[in-house]
Design a protein around this ligand. Structure first.
Ligand code: PHE
Ligand code: ZN
Length: 873
């Protein structure tokens, strides 16, 4: 465990005071900002208790209670905050004047400067950098905010809620003020303020009860043209939440501000979302189809938080998945309703396997509901978010849609306006669904293990065929696959299954059935059609019905059958993925299975013939190999360089074998690629995949065509062309990259994708390539997007990053130490590139270890230290 002090769930105690209202006054100067807060504070109990307020890098100017100034030692102050030793026993007003310096704040937490504008980020614990406050999510208050500033430097002054007043301050018109009022009590992490020179684009939305909502997107001058997609996405999200959850927007205004310097994706501040600019500014010329879909889903995600997160918030940060897991589940359902359910499921599963499963296997593995942490910022993880969403999805499946929504309704009615726990959520859900807990058809306590235990459960499946009675007997066994627990934990694992008759082929014998594996071992009897001679082919975990890994006695023939015939998108795709994993595994163990490879290639050819361009997105997905992290997870001694080379070789083989087929379909695709997203998206995706395979197979015409396509009007096509040229060691790649750079050098959002491309290109030799990118005139050290582009891209440059002399690792460590000095949150997230060190072959393992030691010896932030120590231990 960590050498640093941790916060424990079991130590939770209620805050002894209520703070029903807060008035905040910001006086923005040229060197600093004076913040004055007036809080109405009510002790919860008669017995007096001291008033503890957090504060970080705030200079206290004065403090008074009910108008009377406090003097030391009536209060004490430290670098952690302020304590008032004996506050009044009944309601009082606490006024604090203080001073903060946003202009030198590089952490991107609290109030800070981004491209000349002032902006805030308070989640999780940034509010304590703005004013003295308990800074915990279970203290909810009504906020009124006054901001005054220079009119020309800061013409736009925004905060949460509705605008109450605006006007000039003095006769010469130099300064002005705005007053904002948010009628809904909220925790301070949802507070936001923005001041600067911004232009806005507006639209309106009429809710189902006829209320008019004013929508406004604020951007830097010149970026207005890139906001249409965000506005459309928001309107779709508002409508979807009304139609599906019966939830309506509650304020009169909804504002989104795009900010270049931002640690995360976006933030759901009440009525004033703040977004990383790359998740707002986009059209089909500047963003790929995948990025457009992602933006649509993040806009929706932040909007959905208005109910799941804001109106009902978290009691403490251990409940983080209460808002995040549920809101990810909601945004996934939204995307899946708007586009394709089957394809969205594949996309989400692939993400989960490559990132969440990898996290759960490694040193930073933790439960969806952890019991302790050092720095909460380190817990914004794919386990809290995506695994959290999987748990809600299992509940939806176990309860059925109708009951599930009854449960959600009860949860919202019960906890609206308060701070809840994940147990509150589950209890409401069950009560709403079944009225009484005892009617719940599965063991709730065992289900709750999903929240409390870390690690990915593993399920073993064995079949035996009773030909006399035409019954397939299937035995299931579950084990929790975690280094941290050796105990025998039983989970509730919902398994959707179906099966296919070999003789009759393509249609399943039965529709999806649900089997609930809630014991360590459990058997299932499947009655097939009478007279069935052969055992049917079993299709398991359809729709990926639970976030587990499994091992079964299905045969290669069965997988080939499912790859060609399964009517569940996920299961069909997964069968192909299984076969490809097998092929790569055997290749990497030096015993390539050529007959399997042949049969698989033939299956691909058949798939191409049957799907052709009728379902181009699915076809492209079916023929793409598993992600790198997933491949790494197949081995106990990981050799990243070999895995990379072998996967390229295998793709060269695929490309060569299916050249003819790909050339034919690529011609038929061209008619649809110019349609506007989401139309034409499948065709563009498939074309990109075809280019990749053909280019890899050495098709010079395709390679040249890729260079020409860099200036295509669709960013999807342009980036597909870059992608197809990327693995090649030839001058065309260089040419394409330069073309792309010259087209986009003035657009920082697009340019980040070029930085990532350059940093990850396999044939860029030598670490100085990365050094050059970091000192490139267009590179901005203060923008996490840029850092992630170059250092993140570098970590995917397998030969360079994993070079056996360890130089790649040391370089990364040095750079992360630098990043940590200016931005600990970004550094501690990136340090996880070293997470898997113990699983690597010795050379890589030693190199990574040395770099981790270097990080550990350096003077790093407690955020980064927590992660480094977890990884080392
Ligand atoms: N709460 C944000 C979201 O998921 C993420 C976030 C966390 C942003 C912390 C900034 C800081 O929508
Ligand atoms: Zn969220």
């Amino acid at each position: 465990m960590s050498t640093q002090k941790s916060i424990k769930l079991s130590d939770y105690v209620e805050y002894p005071f209520l703070i029903p209202s807060i008035y905040l006054d910001f006086d923005i100067g040229t060197d600093y900002v004076v913040v004055q807060s007036s809080m109405i504070i009510k002790p919860k109990k008669k017995e007096s208790s001291k008033l503890v307020l957090k504060g970080n890098q705030i200079k206290l100017l004065s403090i008074s209670i009910n108008g009377k100034e406090l003097k030391l030692p009536e209060y004490s102050i430290s670098d952690k905050g302020l304590i008032i030793h004996s506050p009044p026993g009944s309601e009082f007003e606490l006024k604090i004047r203080s001073l903060i310096d946003p202009f030198r704040n590089t952490s991107l937490e609290g109030l800070y400067l981004s491209s000349g504008m002032l902006t805030t980020q308070c989640e999780a614990e940034g509010f304590r950098r703005i004013c003295f406050h308990p800074d915990r999510p279970d203290v909810l208050s009504r906020y009124t905010v006054r901001i005054e500033a220079d009119r020309t430097l800061y013409p736009i002054l925004l905060s949460n809620g509705n605008e109450k007043y605006s006007g000039n301050l003095n006769s010469n018109n130099l300064r002005h003020e705005f007053i904002w009022e948010d009628p809904f009590p909220k925790p301070c992490y949802l507070f936001a303020l923005v001041a600067g020179k911004l232009n806005s684009v507006s639209d309106t939305y009429i809710t189902n009860t006829g209320r008019l909502i004013d929508i406004r997107i604020y951007v830097e001058k010149g970026d207005e043209k890139y906001t249409k997609h965000a506005v459309n996405s928001l309107i779709k999200a508002m409508k979807w939440d009304e139609e599906n959850y019966g939830l309506e927007y509650d304020l009169d205004e909804y504002k989104i501000v795009a900010v270049r310097h931002f640690n995360m994706g976006a933030m759901e501040n009440k009525g004033l979302n703040i977004f990383n600019s790359k998740l707002v500014l986009a059209d089909s010329k500047t963003a790929t189809d995948d990025e457009l879909e992602r933006i649509e889903s993040v806009i929706a995600h932040e909007y959905f938080h208005n109910w799941t997160g804001n109106r009902i918030t978290c009691r403490d940060w251990f409940q983080l998945s209460l808002k995040e897991g549920l809101t990810v589940f909601r945004d996934q359902s939204f995307t899946s309703d708007l586009h394709s359910k089957g394809l969205k499921r594949i996309e989400d599963v692939s993400f989960l396997r490559n990132f969440q499963f990898a996290e759960d296997k490694g040193p930073t593995s933790h439960a969806v509901k952890p019991k302790e942490y050092v720095a909460i910022d380190n817990f914004y993880t794919t386990t809290i978010y995506e695994k959290g969403a999987e748990l809600i999805r299992m509940l939806e499946l176990l309860l059925g849609k109708e009951k599930f929504f009854r449960g959600i309704n009860l949860y919202i009615r019960t906890f609206d306006g308060s701070a809840a726990t994940t147990e509150d959520f589950i209890n409401s859900l069950i009560k709403g669904a079944y009225l009484e807990e005892k009617n719940c058809p599965f063991d709730l306590d065992k289900f709750l293990n999903w929240y409390y235990k870390s690690g990915t459960p593993k399920v073993y499946i064995n079949q035996s065929w009773d030909s006399k009675n035409s019954i397939l007997n299937v035995s299931f066994e579950q084990k929790i696959d975690s280094e941290k627990t050796s105990e025998n934990t039983e989970m509730v694992i919902p398994i959707l299954y179906s099966c296919y008759s070999r003789e009759k082929g393509a249609s399943p014998i039965a529709e999806d059935n649900l089997f609930i594996l809630d014991k360590n071992k459990k058997n299932l009897k499947i009655h097939t059609l009478p007279g069935e001679k052969e055992a049917p082919v079993l299709s398991l975990f359809r729709r990926f019905s639970s976030p587990v890994v499994w091992e079964s006695d299905l045969l290669i023939d069965d997988y080939l059958f499912l790859f060609l015939n399964d009517n569940d998108y996920f299961s069909r795709w997964d069968s192909g993925q299984y076969l490809m994993r097998e092929i790569l595994k055997t290749r990497l163990c030096n015993k390539a299975n050529y007959s399997l490879e042949d049969r698989f290639i033939n299956a691909i050819k058949q798939t191409i013939k049957s799907l052709e361009i009728n379902d181009p997105f699915f076809l492209a997905t079916l023929i793409a190999i598993p992600g790198f992290a997933e491949l790494e997870s197949l081995f106990t001694k990981v050799d990243p360089i070999r895995i990379y080379r072998e996967s390229i070789d295998f793709q060269v083989l695929i490309g060569n074998e299916i050249l003819q087929e790909l050339r034919i379909i690529s011609k038929n695709l061209l008619v649809n690629i110019d349609h506007q997203w989401p139309m034409g998206r499948g065709e563009r995706k498939l074309l990109g995949t075809i280019w990749f395979y053909l280019s890899l197979a050495g098709d010079i015409d395709v390679q040249k065509n890729c260079v020409e396509s860099i200036s295509h009007s669709s960013m999807t096509i342009s980036r597909a062309a870059l992608g197809a040229l990327k693995p090649l060691d030839n001058t065309l790649t260089e040419e394409a990259s330069n073309l792309f750079y010259n087209l986009w050098k003035e657009n920082p959002v697009v340019l980040d994708s070029w930085f990532a491309y350059e940093a990850s290109r396999p044939h860029k030799r030598g670490i100085n390539v990365i050094e050059k990118l970091l000192s490139h005139p267009k590179f901005d050290w203060k923008a996490p997007n840029a850092i992630r582009a170059v250092l993140g891209g570098f970590s995917k440059n397998i030969d360079l990053f994993h070079s056996l002399d360890g130089q790649g690792y040391l370089f990364m460590a040095d750079k992360l130490i630098e990043v940590d000095k200016i931005n600990p949150i970004t550094a501690s997230r990136m340090v996880k590139v070293f997470s898997k060190w113990k699983t690597y072959i010795n050379k890589n393992k030693e190199g990574m270890y040395e770099s981790l030691l270097k990080l550990n010896k350096a003077n790093i932030s407690s955020n980064t230290r927590e992660v480094v120590e977890l990884i080392l231990n």
